[in-house]
Design a protein around this ligand. Structure first.
Ligand code: FMN
Length: 365
């Protein structure tokens, strides 16, 4: 893989969108499509960014905006801006330094990094390489609860500060791009070095799709969350909530946070855009837990819109992998720097000096 250094590219990178063509140029087409793609007709994918762009802002003027700072907290932890890196499988597809580079960039930027259950590098290796940053662990619950428990215990022992349980993947969405290319995520999975423990074969490279399809706990319900919580002292956050009903259930079950997400439109196509689902969830939660949102966040304008609608923070997915493919750790650092710069600008022009000054009245409708 030839790394393209965005810093040396002739035209300066000034938006997250510019990383995608850089990544396409250096990546295997099937791997690129795995990352870029959504489920079925990709209708929700097409709508994800658009749903943010549709919103109109209501700026307030004559506010002293000589000092604007997007720093806040997420999960009670100090962050330099309300943005975290979303959990994504197999960063090694984008760059050989994989999660070590992306977690390193997050730490350098002062934002949290979420490690996927299906990461290229292991829970422990990422922690050892990036000891200082804020790290959260994303759990795909396994059919054998002892395996889930082991993953949670490993994450806690290695200093991860939250467990984010993904609840919108009881089964893999219908991903036509992958079906056509034959892609099955047969790559290194650092957390499963010997393949599945119940497997006779000890392959270093297990199909990630097999791991998901065969090993996921499809019977998981609200009643199981208490057990999951008992495995560690870490805050438990649910990722993949799109309705007020489920948000209320999450609160009743004592969850510490909610990620409004449709899994980057990779699961149920025609699922509501997260920009449209957010307010319903915010109303249902009524301040009782932190709400984060992901899906199609590409601009500082999206970040301020999400916060004005009631989110505490946002998660960013694909652009991080494009930046990683295009420029390794410095590419991801650049992506985060652009997002921070855009967020500060948008806050300044809206008349909001701190994230908590962004209110519902800053968005029309
Ligand atoms: C290549 C790729 C892999 C992903 N892997 C995971 C994962 O392992 N666990 C998870 O909870 N979400 C996963 N997601 C979903 C992201 O966490 C996030 O919800 C989504 O990408 C946000 O949308 P965006 O890409 O438009 O920013 C993945 C997304 C992509 C693009």
């Amino acid at each position: 893989m030839t790394a393209v250094d965005p810093e040396r590219d002739r035209s300066p990178i000034v938006s997250l969108a510019q990383f995608e063509p850089l990544a396409r140029a250096v990546m295997d087409p099937a791997a690129f499509d795995y990352i870029a793609g959504g489920a079925w007709d990709e209708q929700s994918l097409a709508e994800a960014e658009e749903a943010w762009r549709r919103r109109r802002l209501r700026p307030r003027v004559l506010v002293d905006v000589s000092h604007v700072d997007p720093a806040t907290t997420m999960n009670g932890q100090a962050v330099t801006m309300p943005v975290a890196i979303a959990p994504m499988a197999a960063h090694g597809l984008a760059h050989p330094s994989a999660e070590i580079a992306s977690a390193g960039a997050a730490a350098a930027a002062g934002v949290p990094f979420t490690l996927s259950t299906l990461s290229t590098e292991s829970i422990e290796d990422v922690a050892a390489a990036v000891p200082d940053g804020i790290r959260w662990f994303q759990l795909y619950t396994q059919a054998d609860p002892r395996r889930s428990r082991r993953l949670v215990e490993r994450a806690e022992a290695a200093g991860y500060a939250a467990v984010i349980v993904t609840v919108d993947l009881p089964i893999l969405g219908y991903r036509e791009r992958d079906l056509r290319s034959g892609w099955d995520l047969a790559v290194k999975h650092g957390n499963f070095p010997d393949g599945r423990p119940d497997h006779a074969s000890h392959r270093a490279e297990e199909s990630g799709y097999d791991l998901l399809q065969d090993e996921l706990d499809r019977a998981l319900t609200w009643a199981d969350l208490a057990t999951l919580r008992s495995w560690s002292a870490l805050p438990l956050i649910l990722k993949g909530i799109l309705t007020g009903e489920d948000a209320r259930m999450a609160i009743e079950h004592g969850l510490d946070g909610i990620v409004v997400s449709n899994h980057g439109a990779r699961q149920l196509d025609r699922a509501i855009a997260t920009a449209d689902a957010l307010e319903e969830v915010v109303a249902a939660v009524d301040g009782r837990a932190e709400i984060w949102v992901d899906g199609g966040i590409r601009r500082g304008l999206d970040v301020v819109t999400a916060l004005a609608l009631g989110a505490r923070g946002v998660l960013v997915g694909r652009p991080i992998l494009w930046a990683l493919a295009g420029g390794g750790q410095s590419g991801v650092e650049r992506a985060l720097e652009i997002l921070r710069h855009e967020t500060v600008l948008a806050m300044t022009l809206l008349g909001a000096r701190r994230p908590d000054e962004l209110t519902r009245s800053h968005v029309a409708g």
